[in-house]
Design a binder for this molecule. Structure first.
Ligand code: HDD
Length: 703
């Protein structure tokens, strides 16, 4: 400190040196070149530590423009969070087209094999506010902006192929019911409360989606391991104007994977940023996640004979009935430079489609086409949000729209209207009927009415098909999720009404949920609007476990280490893991690590009480005898193991480590999910064995 109480530059840490936008640089006391701190007006700042004041202990002066600008700007940093999908994480990438699809669509991005289209993808949860945790039980948004040469195409989808409601007019109701209750402002980021289940149990059309959100689809292990769906039926339109119906799918090359509910609860505490960190780590280490774009293509004949209405967004088309054609890949390979500029300011709008793609009359889609544009005005403050770099098309833009808040790219030339008779250089653009977007000339007409079509009346058959398509492990998880959520409802009549609705799905499900919430008598089933079909064939595409990865690649292995650990074994594990793009983290009683058997120090990435085993896909326990006894005394280490066991994870262990297993209550005969490890002995085989990710037979033996 100097006498006049200003900070000496030498005392400023790295982090205190503000980021400049470039500009003039100066030599700091450490001898490095850094930009000079300036105001927004570019005026160099001499002192950013003290306000301008009159006298040593006198009042601050209004004249201090730097202070006023700094505080003014800070006061206005926040913009309204999204009314839904507030918490999200966006990254850049590209879409690569496999082969020309000219027979199906004139959309530019599908015209050439190998053509790459830049993409921005934002994943999100729906109900939680911006600062909520990553792993509530919730739908995940999967919004893709494709910057094509003929304008931006936004495919604003979810990780679930159906929706709660059939008509957009019910959207405010379903969202109000799901989010925090208005009088108390909680519970946040969860549907486990009376309002949600009150609405859901009174809205039979939500039943199919309820099955999906009570399944492990709603607690994905990471954004990388989930599917995406465009949900609605859209149209592809080729150059001759022929239309083909299409449903869009994103298929993760990494396979599907979810966590268990008990893990999700703990992950939210241990690392509320679990999903965004995972994506950030994967991309920054070069393990770029990929999805294939799948098209389900069908015509009017199929639509007419399909047992459900293809315009009903609560229905899917089983892949077994209309197989998926994979037409390209989406690769996410670049993290954002600035979270606010990109992830917060990105504005997806379902009405952003390009020539060659068109809407259908799905009433949910039609309503969305109003809502998204409208919400961006509120959120981003004016009509020029399209000029923000993340939203701006990467193809030429020419129009007569002008002015408004924050106009940055303004039309040039004299004419700002058309028709006009000015020459081309100042007369502005003209429409082009041949190249421009034209809506598919669908026949319409009928009586003006508010109604729900009769063809939307079946609310249960596909919910039952979903249930019957799950493995027993997955069915058990669905039952527990219903029981958990309904047990949080204070009103018994809501619980009973929901169970009465589930009787239309499957009596096995209804009976198990009823037992779980303590209903002694199964309530009468709710009268359905239409009798459900009970013999739809099971579809393996609907199960996560049938679509697992069968490789540990891209997953995370935790090594709990203590003194006396076999250094060779750790080195071999690391090498084998790295060859398969598996992330390894070493966890120890202190962040300093442990002393290995050869006397070397193995440093830790995590301290055991900061890295519970829920953060890892499998664990290994590598200790010497003395080290094992040190860990026995650590509650965090015991929890680490007990949780890994209860979550059906594979546990590799060295023989000396057995005392900790016992201390964690894992006595008795160890099941086949425990894998003894010795250095030199087939470490790669260990990695192959843990490829199924969980040792599910254990679930049946757990209390
Ligand atoms: Fe929506 C955001 C997905 C129905 C109104 N929605 C939003 C986002 C996703 C979805 C992924 C986040 C976009 C982002 O990351 O910025 N929404 C869906 C899907 C739906 C759906 C798959 C059904 C198939 N949504 C839906 C309806 C309405 C809205 C029926 C209104 C009538 N959705 C909005 C919104 C949001 C939004 C209020 C909030 C923030 C935003 O748009 O940009 O306009």
């Amino acid at each position: 400190m100097t006498d006049d109480h200003t900070l000496d530059p030498i005392e400023l840490g790295e982090e205190q040196v503000a980021r400049g936008a470039g500009g003039e640089t100066h030599q700091t006391a450490e001898g490095t070149d850094r930009p000079t701190l300036t105001t927004q007006q570019g005026i160099p700042v001499a002192d950013d530590q003290n306000t301008l004041r009159l006298g040593e202990r006198g009042p601050a002066l209004l004249e201090d423009f730097h202070f006023r600008e700094k505080i003014f700007h800070f006061d206005h940093e926040r913009i309204p969070e999204r009314v839904v999908h507030a918490r999200g994480f966006g990254v850049h990438g590209f879409f690569e087209n496999y082969e020309p699809l000219t027979d199906l669509t004139r959309a530019d991005l599908f015209q050439r094999a190998g053509a790459r289209t830049p993409a921005f993808v934002r994943f999100s949860t729906v109900a939680g506010n911006k600062g909520s945790a990553d792993l509530p039980r919730d739908v995940r948004g999967f919004a893709v902006k494709l910057y094509t040469q003929e304008g931006n195409w936004d495919l604003v989808g979810n990780n679930i192929p159906v929706f709660f409601i059939q008509d957009a007019i019910k959207f405010p109701d379903v969202i109000h019911a799901a989010k925090q209750e208005p009088d108390r402002g909680f519970p946040q980021a969860q549907t486990a409360h009376d309002n949600f289940w009150d609405f859901a149990s009174l809205t039979p059309e939500s039943t199919h989606m309820l099955m999906w959100i009570m399944s492990d689809r709603a607690i994905p292990r990471s954004f990388r391991f989930m599917e995406g769906f465009g949900v609605h039926t859209f149209r592809l339109v080729n150059a001759e104007g022929r239309s083909t119906y299409v449903k869009f799918h994103w298929k993760p090359k990494q396979g599907l994977q979810s966590v268990l509910w008990n893990e999700a609860v703990k992950i939210n505490g241990a690392d509320p940023d679990f999903h965004r960190r995972d994506l950030w780590d994967a991309i920054t280490t070069g393990a770029y996640p990929e999805w294939e774009l799948g098209l389900q293509l069908f015509d009017d004949d199929f639509a007419d004979r399909f047992v459900f209405d293809v315009l009903d967004p609560t229905k899917l088309i089983p892949e077994e009935e209309v197989p998926i054609r994979r037409v390209g890949r989406l690769v996410l390979d670049r993290v954002v430079e600035n979270f606010f500029a990109e992830t917060e300011q990105v504005a997806f709008c379902t009405q952003n489609i390009v020539p060659g793609i068109d809407f259908t009359n799905d009433p949910l889609l039609q309503g969305r086409n109003f809502s998204y544009l409208d919400t961006q005005l509120k959120r981003l403050g004016g009509p020029n949000f399209t000029q923000l770099p993340v939203n701006a098309p990467k193809c030429p833009v020419a129009h007569f729209q002008q002015d408004g808040h924050m106009a940055m790219t303004n039309p040039r030339g004299r004419a700002n209207y058309e028709p006009n008779s000015w020459p081309a250089d100042i007369g502005g653009p003209r429409e082009d009927p041949a190249r421009g977007f034209s809506s598919y000339p669908e026949q319409g007409g009928g009586t003006k009415r508010r109604l729900r079509p009769e063809s939307f009346a079946d609310h249960y058959s596909q919910a039952r098909q979903f249930w019957e398509s799950q493995t027993p492990v997955e069915q058990a998880h669905i039952v527990s999720a219903f029981v958990f959520e309904l047990s949080k409802c204070e009103r018994p009549d809501i619980r009973a009404r929901m169970v009465a609705g589930l009787r239309n799905v499957h009596d096995d499900l209804a009976a198990q949920v009823a037992a779980g919430v303590g209903l002694t008598d199964l309530p009468h089933r709710l009268p359905p609007a239409r009798e459900p079909i009970t013999d739809l064939p099971a579809s393996t595409a609907l199960s996560i476990l049938h679509n697992g990865p069968n490789t540990f690649t891209g997953r995370k292995l935790g090594i709990l280490l203590a003194d006396g650990a076999d250094a060779d074994l750790v080195a071999q594990l690391r090498a084998a893991a790295s060859a398969q793009q598996i992330t390894v983290e070493v966890i120890a009683a202190t962040i300093g690590g442990a002393t290995a058997s050869d006397g070397s120090t193995i440093t830790a990435d995590q301290r055991v009480d900061g890295a519970p085993s829920v953060l890892y896909d499998a664990i290994t326990l590598i200790t010497g005898t003395a080290g094992a006894h040190q860990l026995v005394g650590s509650p965090a280490a015991r929890d680490f193991l007990a949780d890994a066991y209860a979550h059906c994870k594979y546990i590799g262990y060295t023989p000396d480590a057995e005392p900790i297993l016992r201390a964690a209550g894992l006595g008795g005969e160890l099941d086949a999910g425990f894998l003894p490890l010795r250095s030199g002995e087939a470490v790669a085989t260990f990695l192959d064995t843990i490829a199924p990710l969980r040792y599910w037979p254990r679930q049946e033996t757990l209390p």
